[in-house]
Write a protein that binds this ligand. Structure first.
Ligand code: UD1
Length: 372
């Protein structure tokens, strides 16, 4: 029997390259469709980190001809192609809607003529807005999105409907979405359209809600990459990490290798059609802790993080994953500790030109009133 072929849209990117490798290791043939977007691939060349057994087709997911070609002889699709900066989505609105929403629509349209056995779509924790919270007595409560005047008063913690104090708890997939950025809207639309298309045409489809994915191959040239890579690039350039708010906001950092292994197991399990699944580590850490741990692993303890006291418009305070569903349905068990994952990221970064463009991104956001 010939080996199954998987198409990964955005397959030359950070997450896609690891998914590709995990699939090759599982005996699959892998094709990547990727436009080598300049913000991620400034040289517009096949990235060195991309496994040479991955067939790379350079093309735009919005181009129906490119997508049709890429789907030839394909058994399953992992749809990762997207613009991914939350802040940037607020001023490059047309481009985000075009790549993320139209790109997904073009793919679905093409799948009508090339049905596949499984479709996996990358969604995001950003669709939750604020994560889940409880009141002091443990009763679940909805956190109000933080208003500008609250943030201007540097009162960082979100409060409940009756202004009560809240404590963050792990966020399950059942939390209703709260869409606070163009990016979050795009991701929710991608997720919903793929799931309803899959249901209508009998293509088993699964949406993965990624939390803060980190690891080797993160695009350092992209200032909208995640905070871990941004801080690492700062430290490697002997500059202090710039911490927004008071640094006590919590996130769930999950190593890209665990994410790739999970993607592969989604392709290999039946019976998950229509599911949405959180992909996180199930543990949370503050931004301050991240800055401290990175500095210590990189031997840069002398560089103190700089607390800017600023906030990014659209940022949420706390969100970390309840991964019960992934554990139960996929036997998912995160295997890379934060310590080991950061060490691996740091080793990879040391061999890179850590091109630190965060100052440029900060100026761009602040000139548009998107950091305050
Ligand atoms: C966001 C999205 C997530 C998306 C990810 C990557 C939300 C809720 N989540 O995550 O879906 O996958 O971007 O695009 O929108 N920070 C600093 N200094 C910096 C950079 C960031 O202090 O230089 C802080 C931020 O204010 C935030 C935290 O670090 O509190 C994490 O930021 P980031 O890595 O950009 O990811 P999220 O906003 O959590």
């Amino acid at each position: 029997m010939s080996r199954a072929r998987v198409l990964i849209t955005g397959g030359a990117g950070f997450i896609g390259s690891h998914v590709g490798r995990a699939l090759l290791e599982g005996g699959y043939r892998v094709r990547a469709l990727d436009m080598l977007t300049p913000q991620v691939h400034p040289e517009r060349l096949r990235p060195d980190y991309l496994d040479c057994d991955i067939e790379l087709m350079i093309g735009d997911v919005r181009d129906p001809h490119a997508v049709r070609r890429a789907l030839i002889d394909v058994d399953s699709v992992v749809h990762l192609a997207a613009r991914v900066g939350v802040g940037q989505s607020m001023y490059e609105v047309g481009d985000y809607v075009s790549v993320n929403s139209l790109g997904t629509a073009v793919l679905l349209q093409a799948l009508l003529d090339h049905p596949v056995q499984r479709l996996v779509v990358a969604s995001s924790m950003s669709i939750y807005g604020e994560g889940s919270y409880v009141e002091r007595n443990g009763r679940p409560a909805t956190a109000r999105a933080r208003a500008r005047d609250q943030l201007a008063a540097r009162a960082w913690e979100p409060r409940g409907e009756h202004d009560q104090e809240l404590t963050p708890v792990p966020t399950p997939e059942t939390k209703p979405p709260s869409l606070n950025s163009i990016y979050a809207l795009n991701k929710f639309e991608q997720e919903r359209s793929a799931l309803l298309f899959g249901e209508a045409y009998g293509i088993p489809t699964v949406a993965l809600r990624f939390f803060n994915v980190y690891g080797p191959h993160q695009a350092l040239s992209n200032p909208y990459t995640g905070v871990l890579a941004i801080f690492a690039a700062r430290l490697l350039n002997d500059k202090p990490p710039l911490v927004f708010e008071d640094g006590e906001q919590r996130r769930d950092f999950v190593c890209v290798k665990d994410v790739a292994a999970l993607c592969r197991s989604v392709l290999e399990r039946s019976g998950l059609a229509g599911e949405v699944i959180n992909v996180g580590s199930g543990t949370s850490v503050t931004v301050n802790e991240i800055a401290r741990r990175l500095a210590s692993i990189l031997g840069k303890e002398a560089i103190e993080p700089e607390l800017t006291g600023e906030y990014r418009v659209g940022d949420i305070r706390h969100c970390f994953a309840d991964i019960t569903r992934a554990m139960q349905t996929l036997a998912f068990e995160p295997s890379v500790t934060l310590e080991a994952g950061i060490t691996e990221l740091a080793e990879w970064l040391e061999g890179q030109v850590a091109d630190d463009r965060i100052d440029q991104a900060r100026r761009e956001l602040s000139s548009r009133g998107l950091t305050v």
